[in-house]
Design a protein around this ligand. Structure first.
Ligand SMILES: Nc1ncnc2c1ncn2[C@@H]1O[C@H](COP(=O)(O)OP(=O)(O)O)[C@@H](O)[C@H]1O
Ligand SMILES: [Mg+2]
Length: 335
């Protein structure tokens, strides 16, 4: 009861979200028959609740649909089916007026910074658009403070993006995303393009800002080690579905889906350099032709006939920890 009262409210509900891309028709095979329409089913029924102030991470191999979810949440893609609902869309919600929507940080900081604009102009633009500041002097002062928060200086307002390193540019796009005090921050592989030595610094900065501002964040990465560092809760994605979901503790100390276990086993161990990690064998099926049943069956060491014909049911280990699997107890016993 007590813990229920202390649980912050949800900011986002995603229900049975599907996103299909239409890729045009196949080639004609005869004069009479037109080629069939080809579609790619990138997101295949995602359910997600994100609480105020938490960092929810999505992890999975390249092509599993992470960026497609990010873009849909940012309003850049329209769902083919299902729903995305932010708390501030309810007019009656207290505080709705202060929640100013979602901001996105991309892998490539050039995607959000105009190379021909001085940094100050890039930072001020969202403020001006949202009418957050009264005049240019106020905007300049506020943007200078933003740069200081991300470890740069107010003097950098007059410089151009190319004058900064990759890590510094990503700090600028973080400052830009924070400028309007967004209700929800979407970070799509924000450090993947950076040198390993810089990645940790930027991740630490993001973690500190997230805590200081109580930011609600969706964090996306293909890198399990990065995910371990930044997340409160984690969703493991495979071919358009979240196959396991849990707190960071549940995912790393009791990983239960065979795919999650493969991802964790593949994390390089810096303390044991001689110890070869298990590579993940095989490839995910094509989202143009998703298999019947469990999408992971072809690569799963525990798969049975039923796995290839019937969609796996949802199995809950706790209120926060769940997997989609036909044999949850069997795979757990194998740990
Ligand atoms: N705009 C698009 N048009 C067609 N296919 C797309 C588009 N965006 C992504 N895809 C396809 O959707 C699948 C998921 O892509 P994406 O969400 O980018 O994966 P991830 O971010 O996990 O690497 C991939 O097969 C990709 O080729
Ligand atoms: Mg991506």
């Amino acid at each position: 009861m007590m813990s229920e009262m202390l649980t912050p409210p949800d900011i986002l509900h995603v229900r049975d979200l599907h996103i299909r891309f239409h890729l045009g028709r196949e080639k004609r095979t005869s004069l009479l028959r037109r080629g069939a329409m080809r579609t790619l089913h990138a997101v295949r029924g995602i359910n997600l609740d994100i609480r105020q102030g938490e960092t929810f991470s999505i992890v999975g191999e390249s092509g599993c649909g992470k960026s497609t979810i990010a873009r849909a949440l940012a309003g850049l893609y329209t769902p083919t089916a299902g729903s995305i609902h932010f708390a501030w869309q309810d007019a009656a919600q207290p505080g709705a007026a202060t929640q100013q929507g979602a901001q996105m940080i991309f892998q490539d900081p050039y995607a959000s910074l105009n190379p021909r604009w001085r940094v100050g102009r890039s930072l001020a633009e969202p403020l001006v658009l949202s009418k957050k500041v009264g005049n240019t002097r106020q905007a300049r002062e506020y943007c200078g403070q933003l740069l200081e928060q991300v470890g740069l200086s107010a003097g950098d307002l007059d410089r151009y993006p190319h004058e900064f390193s990759g890590g510094q540019r990503q700090r600028i796009s973080i400052a830009r995303a924070l400028a309007t005090q967004p209700g929800f921050l979407i970070c799509d592989e924000p450090t993947s393009a950076l040198d390993v030595s810089v990645q940790a610094q930027v991740l630490n900065l993001m973690r500190n800002l997230q805590k200081a501002h109580g930011l609600t964040t969706l964090f996306i990465s293909h890198n399990m080690a990065v995910i371990a560092h930044v997340s409160d809760r984690i969703g493991v994605m495979y071919l358009g579905r979240i196959v396991e979901q849990g707190t960071v503790e549940e995912i790393f100390s009791r990983p239960s889906h065979p795919y999650t276990r493969l991802l964790i086993a593949a994390i390089p161990q810096f303390d044991q350099p001689g110890n070869e990690r298990e590579p993940i064998v095989g490839e995910a099926p094509s989202p143009m032709n998703p298999p019947a049943g469990c999408a992971f069956a072809a690569r799963c060491p525990h798969s049975q006939t039923v796995c290839c014909s019937t969609e796996p049911p949802l199995h809950r280990f706790s209120h926060s920890h769940q997997i989609e699997c036909h044999f949850p107890e069997r795979v757990r016993a194998a740990i």
